[in-house]
Each structure stands twice: as C-alpha cells, then as structure tokens.
Design a protein around this ligand. Structure first.
Ligand SMILES: Nc1ncnc2c1ncn2[C@@H]1O[C@H](COP(=O)(O)OP(=O)(O)OP(=O)(O)O)[C@@H](O)[C@H]1O
Ligand SMILES: [Mg+2]
Length: 298
C-alpha cells in the first residue's frame, strides 16, 4: 500500500521552502532533503484532498529518469540514503520512497521547456504569430502536430498567482548570459530527445516537458527538482494520438475535467474532489510509472 502524506513534519530539520507539491529542508550547508507530498495542484491552486501515493510515484518516476539520463546531463541526486538524514523517531517508511537527498544548487531562473508537439501555450502562440519563443515554424501546422524537430521554448518563472510567460532564447541570454543559456538549451534538448524516444517505444508520446536547472559553486550545470513526471510533462498514450485535437493525457487532465464541471472560480481554496476522481488520478500516475519505469505500485 502507498503511504499518504499531505504535509511533511520533520521536527529538528530546517524547513526552507514549502512548494505546491514539495517540502524542502536544508541538510547541512550543501544538501537538501526534498519531500514530495501527495498534494495535488490544479490551475495553480493546491486542492484540499491528497492523492494517496502521488509523492512516492513522482519521486520514483524522477529517480528513474535521473538514472537513465545521467550519462547526458549530471543531476542533483547525491545517492545518500533518506533514512540517514531523517530525525530520530521518524516513520522512515512514510518518507523513504517520496524523498531524495540532493545537492543544494543555485536555481537557474528559467523554466527550461522542450516541445516535440504543438499543444497548449505553444499552439496558442503559434496560432497568434506563426512562431514560438521567437522560433519561426512552418505554416499550416495543426493542433498537436509533431514539430519538424524538438525545440527549446523557455519561459519565465512567474511570481505567485501569475502565469509563466514564453520568452525568446535571446531573452534567456540577457538574463543568464550566453554561455549558460547555450548549456541549458543543449541539456534540455538532449534529455528530451533521449526520453521521447525511450517513451515512444513504450507507447507514450512526450508532447512537452519542463526541466529546472541549477549550478554549483564552480558554475557547473545540473538538472534538479523533478524530471519527466506527469506533473512536469504532457504524456500522451500513443494509441490515442490524433492531429487536430488535444489528445487525452496522463497528467492532471482527469481532475481538471472534473473541476471544469463545477462553478469554481479557480481561486483558493479549491473544492473537495470525489473519491472516484481521486482514485482515477492516482491510477493515472501509477500507469505512467509502470509503463515508463516498469515499476508496479502494490
Ligand atoms: N537541487 C536543488 N537545489 C535547489 N533548489 C531546488 C533543488 N531541487 C528543487 N529545488 C527547488 O525546490 C522547490 C520544489 O518545490 P515544488 O516543486 O513544490 O515547487 P513549485 O510548486 O513547483 O513552485 P513554488 O516553489 O513556486 O511553489 C522548487 O522551488 C525548486 O526550484
Ligand atoms: Mg515544482
């Protein structure tokens, strides 16, 4: 059975950040304990009901990809055991599968997005301008169409309450410098291309995905946070893929569809979600974990 955790409680550890999904603790000067909770956010609002096991599944999917792509781009994992940094008396089983001990990095202030298909904000921007993040695309592309090649479409990390905004590569160069910008673009496309090919063999198309990068004291670049999960990516079952429509995904579409049936204004607090929607959402994460990483949730 998966464990359920809405909010971590680790007395004695230094909580430095509670994100929408992850609670982050400082471990000494150079490391972090990152705990993925079962919180579900939709439309940028954290919903009151947890999805049992979600944090464990997210962490296992990320860890799988960090391992698979370590030959392409170094990542933030230290390999240290979670149990070794938990305060005495902690229920280790509750934290072990949902947490990692990571190198504490300086975040690169860019959402590093790779797209292989034209959907979401990419499709919107293309319809309005024929281009995406300053990249001119062929005319006549349709919704969800596969791009001639994967592209790097960075966006700004928006302040709380605001939505991220697509920006050009030149804008990224102005923000972080040409050298780091080139490295981030190359790393993003290398990981995406590798993962997209790997997933396609397992019946999943990765339409797009977002990475976060960080640098260490010497300026070396690492991929950090989460990687190629249903929360950070659009996964499409290949057998249901059609050009011209928005294909169903493995992500939070299930819960979003339910929320769209309500009269909710998408401002916190979010509504309670019925049990079948919670179970259905958990099943989506389990399916992604099984199909990609071959890990079966008990
Ligand atoms: N190795 C690392 N070094 C430093 N920061 C990291 C590292 N890995 C992840 N983070 C940061 O930890 C946080 C994880 O929290 P979470 O994913 O829940 O945040 P979020 O909801 O996406 O965004 P926000 O933090 O704005 O709420 C992010 O701010 C992420 O940038
Ligand atoms: Mg995040």
């Amino acid at each position: 059975m998966p464990t359920v955790l809405s909010q971590s409680h680790l007395p004695g550890l230094d909580l430095i950040h509670r994100g929408k999904v992850r609670d982050v603790y400082a471990i000494g000067a150079g490391e972090l304990l990152i705990v993925a909770s079962d919180r579900l956010s939709a439309f940028d609002v954290v919903l009151p009901d947890p999805i049992p096991g979600k944090g464990e599944m997210l962490t296992q999917i990320s860890n799988f990809w960090f391992g698979k792509t370590a030959h392409l781009v170094p990542n933030h994992l230290t390999g240290r055991k979670v149990a070794d940094v938990l305060p005495p008396g902690t229920d280790v089983a509750l934290y072990a599968k949902r947490s990692v001990v990571a190198k504490r990095l300086k975040p690169v202030p860019v959402e590093a997005i790779a797209r292989g298909y034209l959907i979401g904000s990419g499709w919107k921007d293309y319809q309005a301008s024929g281009s995406l993040c300053g990249i001119k695309l062929p005319t006549g592309l349709r919704q969800a169409e596969r791009l001639p090649e994967p592209i790097f479409t960075p966006s700004t990390k928006a302040a709380v309450g605001a939505h991220d905004e697509n920006v050009s590569f030149d804008h990224v160069v102005e923000t972080i410098g040409a050298d780091l910008a080139e490295q981030v673009r190359a790393a993003t496309l290398a990981i995406y291309s590798f993962a997209a090919a790997y997933a396609a063999e397992r019946g999943i198309l990765i339409a797009d995905t977002k990475f976060e990068f960080g640098t260490d004291a010497s300026g070396k670049l690492y991929v950090m946070d989460e990687m190629l999960t249903p929360d950070s990516s659009r996964f499409w079952p290949a057998d249901q893929y059609r050009v011209g429509i928005s294909p169903p995904s493995y992500d939070k579409q299930f819960v979003r569809d339910y929320l769209e049936t309500l009269n909710w204004n998408k401002i916190a607090p979010g509504p309670h979600v019925p049990g079948d929607v919670i179970a259905g959402t958990a099943a989506k994460y389990a399916e992604a974990l099984q199909r990609l990483a071959g890990i079966v949730v008990d």
